[in-house]
Each structure stands twice: as structure tokens, then as C-alpha cells.
Design a protein around this ligand. Structure first.
Ligand SMILES: Cc1cc2nc3c(=O)[nH]c(=O)nc-3n(C[C@H](O)[C@H](O)[C@H](O)COP(=O)(O)OP(=O)(O)OC[C@H]3O[C@@H](n4cnc5c(N)ncnc54)[C@H](O)[C@@H]3O)c2cc1C
Length: 411
């Protein structure tokens, strides 16, 4: 059987957006990387394609929203203007809004103010449009159904295109990519993984050694990789599905709400509308009622488009990048990495390398120094406390803003 020997500084298991972003960031720091991937459609393929910080998340974690706005700019810097594009989204005003219009307006003003880097690259901040303008611009929306809309610009990307571009980019940076079948074996010396043996799709044996760190960035398959290394940790996988309805209905993206007050995003693609996500199930039928309720006339059947798992490692909901260090499991140079959101994959990569440096895996400062922003998956109690604290801080910041907003509105 043919054998391939690879020497690398960083071994990355997985080939989704987090693996590719880590390879990109590491290669920019002149680290040699090898990606061991399976090319299975993962969470990135299933993503909606929002690169937005999400104003509704300000209540949970304002710091993260601000950072996400900055991250949008980074993606634009790499791929602008090919694939990261501003798109106008409308939030039609109706009974199902989870908050009053006044609260939404205060939220969006606060959002625009706090996410200046995002705003500087978009055509403008949020604005309100009247019922007549909404009905003129979106002639397929049910007449008289909405009392105008709130409008805002956000960056979007086609996740599959993003993956392709990232693959191409890291390929040009001399990152080695191996399509593997299985990880067969590994060797440990002094609490450190120092060799990994895998088979590739052609049946060749691939031996990798002389690396500093191994990173498990296999998204929803992170636990499968843990199993290979005899690690078991709690992790929750939440499914989210996207549906499609054929036809051309919308000129802008629409963010609307079901009777359960959960948001639904409708994005017009070529010949169909993509609608999602479902929350915690792959049942797409509730999406149909939300869409049909909004649209004039009879809407054709809904069909399944794609689905994927979101990783939820904590009891407290977080969309932050998460890094696990597996020292506790006997592997000092083994990490697992999840970006939380596709848009945060570059940030997650920065933080992983910063953590590796902090943990002493650098030789002559090989790994970049960076403020560690992520939560360490190993110390979930501390992480939960931190998230609770950020939530309280964000809540007070927004409440204060809303109060000021009300006072200036009603002098
Ligand atoms: C429905 C839905 C909508 C979403 N929408 C958005 C959005 O609009 N914006 C946003 O920012 N985020 C969004 N997210 C979250 C985002 O998709 C994920 O956070 C992100 O894509 C995770 O990337 P990843 O590389 O960690 O995982 P993945 O993309 O799942 O990649 C993991 C990779 O690991 C590889 N793999 C699997 N097993 C093995 C193995 N044994 N060995 C080697 N490799 C293996 C697979 O080939 C796979 O491609 C959404 C998620 C879902 C589910």
C-alpha cells in the first residue's frame, strides 16, 4: 500500500469553514498546515448566509455583536466585492412582532450606533418605510396585511460559494489538503500527540508527524473525532433546516415572525425563495404557514432545501467561538474548535492560535499573540458565568439606551 508522509506545524481535522479559516490564518503566520477532511456537507453548507451581527442578539451579548460587525469587514477584506454582498432586509410590521415597533426602532438605532464598522460599509442605517412604499416595492406581499416595514442592510454570502473561495484561497497558500477515509491510529509521547495515521480516499496510508498542535474542527462531527481519541464530553446538537418555495416573490430579503414570535428569514434566490431556519427540528411545514400568510394568492408546496446541526456546548446559549483544550484528557497539544457562527470562523481561528501560544506551543513566537475572546469549552462553569455577566451588561446598556430614546422622543 502506498504511503504518504507529511510534516506540518498544525494538523486540522475537518474541512468546513472553521477548518479552512484556521488554515488561512495559520498560513498567513507562516505556519505549515494540513487539512484532513471528508468533504461531507456540514453546518456551513446548511447555513442561511447571514454575515450579520444580528441586532436581536444585542440583549444576550453586545460585545459579540460589535465584534461580529468587525468580522463582516474582515470577510469583505478577503473577498470583496465578489461574494460578500449587502442585501436589503425588510421587517414587515404586523401583530407577530415580538416587541413593539418603538422598541424595534430603539434597538436598531442602538445597533447602528454600536456597529459602526458594519455601517460604514453599507449603503445606510435602518429606516422605516410606509405601507404604500412596502406594497409598491414588494407587490407580492398581501395587501393591507402590514403597516409598513423596518428596513436594514446586512451582509450576506452564499455559504457554498464561501467554502469554495476559501478552499481555493488556502490551496494557493500551500496548505495541504487530504481527503481522508478514516483516522486509523495516533501516537502519544509525554501527554502529546506526535503522530497521526489515516487512510485517504484512494486507500493510501497518510502519516503526519512533527506537528505542534492538532485541532478538531469537524463541526457536528467533533464528538466522533473525540471518540477516536477516547474523549467523551457533553455537547448538544440542534438541527436547523431550510426550505424552498419555487417562484419569484421578493425583491428584498424579508425577516418575519411566526405566531410563536420566532423569526423566519426569506431570501429570494434564482427561481425560488429560501426560508428558514426551523428551530430544533427538521419539520419545515411551519415555515410554509408563515410564508403563505404573508403572500398574495396561492403559494405552491414547500420543499426541503438543506439542513444541518448547530453545536451548543453550554447550558447557557452562546454563539461565541468555543475552544476546548484536551489537556485534561491526556493530550496537551490537542484542541477542538467551533466558531459558533460561520461569520466568526476567522475570529475563532485567531483565538485558537492565541490560546496555543498561551499554552506554550510556540517556538520563537510562531503563533500570533491575540486577545483571547472565546470561551474555553473545558471550563463551562466559568464560561457560563461570563456569558451571564455579558447578558446582564448588554441588557442594562440597551435598557439605558431605550430609556434615553423614550425621553428624547417624548420631551
Ligand atoms: C440551518 C443553519 C443555518 C445557519 N445560518 C448561519 C448564518 O446565516 N450565518 C452564520 O454565520 N452561521 C450560520 N449557521 C452556523 C454555521 O453554519 C456554523 O457555525 C458553521 O458553519 C460551522 O462550521 P464548521 O466548519 O465548524 O462545521 P461544518 O461546516 O459542519 O464542517 C465540518 C466538516 O468536518 C468534516 N468532517 C466530518 N467528519 C469528519 C472526519 N471524521 N474527519 C475529518 N473531517 C470530518 C466534514 O467534511 C464537514 O465539512 C447556521 C447553522 C445552521 C444549522
Amino acid at each position: 500500500m502506498r504511503q504518504i508522509n507529511i510534516c506540518s506545524d498544525v494538523v486540522i481535522i475537518g474541512d468546513g469553514i472553521s477548518a479552512l479559516s484556521l488554515a488561512y490564518v495559520a498560513a498567513r503566520h507562516n505556519l505549515k498546515c494540513v487539512i484532513l477532511g471528508k468533504n461531507i456537507p456540514g453546518a456551513t453548507n446548511a447555513a442561511t448566509g447571514f454575515l450579520a451581527p444580528r441586532s436581536d442578539y444585542m440583549l444576550h451579548d453586545l460585545e459579540l455583536v460589535k465584534r461580529t460587525a468587525y468580522e463582516c469587514g474582515r470577510w469583505r477584506g478577503i473577498f470583496n466585492p465578489q461574494i460578500v454582498k449587502p442585501q436589503l432586509f425588510l421587517i414587515p410590521i404586523c401583530q407577530n412582532l415580538p416587541e413593539s415597533v418603538e422598541k424595534f426602532k430603539a434597538l436598531f438605532s442602538f445597533y447602528d450606533r454600536e456597529t459602526a464598522p458594519r455601517l460604514n460599509q453599507l449603503p445606510g442605517g435602518y429606516f422605516r418605510i410606509s405601507r404604500a412604499t412596502l406594497e409598491k416595492n414588494e407587490p407580492n406581499l398581501r395587501k393591507g396585511r402590514f403597516d409598513g416595514a423596518l428596513a436594514l442592510w446586512e451582509f450576506t454570502v452564499n455559504p457554498i460559494e464561501l467554502l469554495e473561495k476559501m478552499r481555493e484561497t488556502v490551496g494557493n497558500m500551500n496548505v495541504e489538503s487530504v481527503s481522508i477515509k478514516d483516522i486509523l491510529d495516533y501516537e502519544v509521547a509525554g501527554n502529546r500527540i506526535n503522530k497521526i495515521v489515516a487512510t485517504d480516499v484512494c486507500g493510501c496510508i497518510v502519516r503526519i508527524d512533527k506537528f505542534h498542535i492538532v485541532v478538531n474542527a469537524a463541526g457536528p462531527w467533533i464528538p466522533d473525532i473525540w471518540k477516536i481519541f477516547g474523549i467523551s464530553l457533553p455537547m448538544k446538537l440542534n438541527i436547523g433546516a431550510q426550505a424552498q418555495i419555487s417562484g419569484n416573490y421578493l425583491r428584498s430579503g424579508i425577516i418575519t415572525f411566526g405566531s410563536d414570535k420566532k423569526h423566519v428569514v426569506c431570501i429570494q434566490k434564482n427561481g425560488y425563495v429560501q426560508i428558514g431556519p426551523t428551530n430544533g427540528s427538521d419539520d419545515i411545514s411551519p415555515l410554509y404557514s408563515v410564508f403563505a400568510d404573508m403572500i398574495n394568492g396561492v403559494v405552491p408546496e414547500i420543499s426541503f432545501l438543506k439542513s444541518g446541526y448547530r453545536v451548543r456546548p453550554f447550558a447557557v446559549n452562546t454563539q461565541r467561538p468555543v475552544i476546548w483544550n484536551h489537556k485534561k484528557h491526556g493530550f496537551e497539544n490537542f484542541y477542538s474548535l467551533h466558531p459558533g457562527k460561520m461569520v466568526l470562523a476567522l475570529l475563532a481561528a485567531d483565538e485558537l492560535l492565541a490560546k496555543a501560544r498561551e499554552d506554550g506551543w510556540s517556538q520563537a513566537n510562531m503563533f500570533p499573540s491575540n486577545k483571547i475572546y472565546a470561551l474555553d469549552g473545558m471550563s463551562s462553569f466559568k464560561s457560563n458565568l461570563k456569558i451571564c455577566w455579558l447578558t446582564v451588561k448588554s441588557f442594562f446598556a440597551l435598557a439605558l439606551y431605550y430609556l434615553k430614546y423614550l425621553i428624547t422622543k417624548n420631551p
